[in-house]
Design a protein around this ligand. Structure first.
Ligand SMILES: *Cc1c(COP(=O)(O)O)cnc(C)c1O
Length: 394
């Protein structure tokens, strides 16, 4: 196996923690390990670090510090937002609006709520993966208590019209939550300008540590706790603070904000370079999602007549870490719910490939991927009866 180097192109799954982030975290393990909730000065030093991280994060989305609640990551934030909101406002109504392309942290929580007496509308998206704000408006009922639409999709990178959806929600007096796990730290977000009432984010998607995230909750929303226990996080999220994690997320957020513009420009250049060339180099390829309103780090393509899983294994042999639409469905052969929702036939959706780059990925890296991919797709198609059949008829 010629696995000389590892080319990591799965940054939507998780990212490398920046060395600077690790350095910032390290003192909070064995030196400044005090509990931030304690009275003595030693604990106060941890509290100060937590407060500083909270300030950086609040500022990064235009929120107030008391509106940021630390959680154990994106999934917890999503679960909390939906379940606690449903609990708190069930007397007003039991209807929730979301989309068909949400992350499973949202979709499975919605299914849980449906089993518990709530009603959920799952909005369709168009062929690029966009939720239409008019559809959101049309779905609003007198008993609608929450709209939850993701900021940007984790598979196809489509950036949703969040500002318009937020405006619609506000006009109708319905709270608006967004799963911004893929967007936060990657593209600009402002909770006031976009009328966002709740927002989920996770550190490990922006070069921070795993197991730490936050939920932004706009002041005035009366939802309760999800994790019950101590009085941490204004009695809304119990549990001793994950101080190193929080400090790490603060640092990752600070770096992300500081370098956002240049990171975006670089990634868009590398992304578009690959998209342009893959269309030139490999026949019967389809680019999924929108070409413009797209996360800077996201590439998602389908190769017809091919099994995504075989492609991933062969890419892995060349040291390329990638993902396919069906990867998240844990071993099941069902193609991704996102690709089906944008209208791809099962057979095409099976041949999907997601490459999510980072600020360190270069066009030379993508040349290597293109070269290997071209050979792999060629080999797999040579073995495909579907392709042979197609060729003989065309
Ligand atoms: C990764 C991801 C999550 C889950 O976040 P964790 O921190 O891994 O729990 C939720 N939503 C989206 C869109 C994601 O990409």
């Amino acid at each position: 196996m010629d696995k000389e180097k590892e080319l990591y192109l799965d940054n939507a799954a998780t990212t490398a923690v920046y060395p600077e982030v690790v350095d910032t975290m390290l003192p909070y393990f064995s030196e400044l390990y005090g509990n931030p909730s304690s009275i003595y000065g030693f604990g106060a030093r941890s509290k100060k670090a937590v407060d500083e991280a909270r300030e950086i994060i609040a500022k990064s989305i235009g929120a107030k510090t008391e509106e940021i609640y630390f959680t154990a990551g994106g999934s917890e934030s999503d679960n909390w937002a939906l379940v606690a909101m449903a609990q708190a406002y069930k007397d007003k109504g039991k209807h929730i609006i979301t989309s068909k392309i949400e992350h499973h942290a949202i979709l499975h929580t919605c299914e849980y709520l449906e089993r518990n007496g709530f009603e959920v509308t799952y909005l369709d998206v168009d062929e690029k993966g966009f939720v239409n704000p008019k559809d959101v408006e049309a779905a609003i009922r007198p008993d609608t208590i929450l709209i939850s639409i993701m900021y940007a999709n984790n598979e196809i990178g489509t950036i949703e019209p969040i500002g318009e959806i937020g405006k619609t929600a506000r006009e109708h007096g319905v709270y608006f939550h967004t799963d911004a796990v893929q967007a936060y730290g990657h593209i600009p977000i402002n909770v006031d300008n976009e009328n966002i009432d709740m927002l989920s984010a996770s550190a490990h998607k922006l070069h921070g540590p795993k197991g730490i995230g936050f939920l932004y909750i706009r002041k005035g929303i009366k939802m309760g706790s999800f994790i019950h226990g101590g009085a941490q996080e204004r009695s809304r999220r119990a549990g001793t603070h994950n101080v190193p994690g929080i400090v790490g997320m603060g640092k990752a957020a600070e770096l992300a904000m500081e370098h956002m513009k240049e990171n975006m420009e670089h990634q868009i250049r590398v992304r578009d370079y690959f998209i342009e060339n893959v269309k030139k180099e490999i026949p019967h390829v389809k680019v999924n999602g929108d070409l413009k309103r797209r996360l800077p780090n996201n590439i998602n393509v389908c190769f017809r007549f091919i099994e995504g899983e075989s492609m991933l294994i062969m890419l892995d042999m060349k040291g390329i870490c990638a993902s396919s639409g069906s990867a998240c469905t844990s071993g099941s052969l069902e193609p991704s719910h996102v690709l089906l929702a944008i209208g791809l036939p099962h057979e095409t959706a099976h041949g999907s490939l997601r490459l999510t780059i980072s600020e360190e990925t270069t066009t030379e890296d993508m040349d290597y991927v293109l070269r290997e991919l071209k050979a792999i797709v060629g080999r797999l198609r040579d073995m495909s009866p579907l392709y042979q059949d197609f060729i003989s008829k065309n």
